[in-house]
Structures are given as C-alpha cells and as structure tokens.
Design a protein around this ligand. Structure first.
Ligand SMILES: [Zn+2]
Length: 222
C-alpha cells in the first residue's frame, strides 16, 4: 500500500485551512475491466487511495481533483458554487457524516459550475463507482455508473474526443452498460469501441479487453 500523507491546504472557496490526505505513491496490480485499479491488500485501502485523488473542504464541501493551491476561482464562480453547495440534496443529507463517495459527488457538483468537460465529469462518477464497489455500497455504485454513462455519451457528442480517449470512452459506455445489466446495449458499444480503436498498436490491450468483455456480455445476454 502507498504512503498516505497529509498536507496543509487552504480552501479556495471559504479560505478554511485543513490537512488533506494525499497519496504520494502507490502500487497497483492491474485493473478491473472498468479500469478500476486493483491494489494489493485490503479493499478499503484501495478505496482510500482512490479517494485521496479528490480534495474536499470539510467546512464548505468545495471539492476538486486538482490541488487546491492551483485553483483560482472568480467571484462569479464563487457565487454560483456557494449556491450549488448549499442547495444540493445529497450534500445536505450526508454532509455531517460523509460516506466515502461524497467527495466525488461534491467534485461533480462543483465541476458543473466550473464548466468541466463532460469527459471529466464522467470520470469523477466512474471513480465514485469504483469507491462504492470497494466499499460494498452497491445501490450507489449503480447510480454513479449510470451518471458516468450519461456524461460519457454527452462527451462523445460534445468533446471532440480522438484517439485513445475516444476508444476508451466508447468502451466504457459498453462496459458500464454491461455492469448495469444492459447486455445488448453493451455489445453495440463494444463494436463501436473496436471500430474507434482500429489498428492502433498502442491499443492492443483495449482490443483484448473488448474481445473478452464482448464474449462475457454475449453469455450474459443469452
Ligand atoms: Zn471551504
């Protein structure tokens, strides 16, 4: 397991100073088919390593993947963020005892206001679903998978993805659909992903994954 450090950081929203956990280095032992990293040791340690990729202010719930020190919010953004963080239903319910996925949700809410791309917002939801799986929060895992699919579909329309990012995003739409039980939908997206990756020699790993998961989805659909 990697080193979990804590470093002082200042919230760019409310100026609160706190110690945020940060993973300096960690060892992974491959990835699951939805690209969730596998860690040696306990699932909860892996969950903590993924969670450390997000910083959330314990005072106002502002959250982001970027280090807080690199963020400079305009007063307009600050105003919009304040309102969103105050009004958000899940934050209101869970703020006092935050479940492991809450920081990802908060980062998604803040990311919408900061106009992050659909690809980035989808990535936050995907990571939240990994944490939910490691923590055995199955209903929330499905909720985040569904949200990740919606963002990835929007991303495929709006973000002008190309190369590896296009292939991987298309594949993930398939894989997340398979996990949600939509096997036929999944098969269509695997076909699209294979077409998108073409003969790219750097994507042979993805080609193998597509083949393997298509076979699985076919068995499950039967
Ligand atoms: Zn704050």
């Amino acid at each position: 397991m990697g080193e979990l450090e804590r470093a002082y950081t200042r919230c760019p929203m409310c100026r609160y100073i706190f110690r945020a956990p940060r993973v300096s280095t960690y060892v992974t032992i491959g990835r699951e088919p939805d690209l969730c990293p596998k860690f040696p040791g306990r699932q909860s340690d892996g969950s903590r390593a993924i969670q450390a990729g997000i910083t959330m202010c314990p005072s106002c719930s502002f959250a982001a993947r970027e280090g807080f020190d690199d963020l400079d919010l305009s007063s307009m953004q600050r105003y919009g963020l304040e309102e969103r963080l105050r009004e958000d239903g899940l934050l209101r319910v869970f703020r006092t005892s935050p479940p492991p996925w809450l920081a990802f949700h908060a980062a998604e809410v803040c990311g919408q206001e900061r106009a992050l791309s659909a690809r980035e917002l989808g990535d936050l939801c995907l990571r939240a679903s990994w944490v939910c799986r490691k923590e055995r929060e199955h209903p929330f895992e499905s909720t985040f998978q569904l949200r990740a699919i919606r963002y990835f579909l929007r991303s495929l329309k709006e973000d002008r993805l190309a190369g590896r990012e296009l292939s991987v995003t298309t594949y993930l739409v398939g894989e997340l659909n398979r996990r949600l039980g939509n096997h036929r939908e999944a098969l269509n997206w695997y076909v699209n992903a294979a077409r998108a990756s073409g003969d790219d020699p750097t994507l042979t790993w993805l080609g193998r994954l597509i083949e393997q998961q298509s076979k699985l989805a076919k068995e499950q659909a039967a």
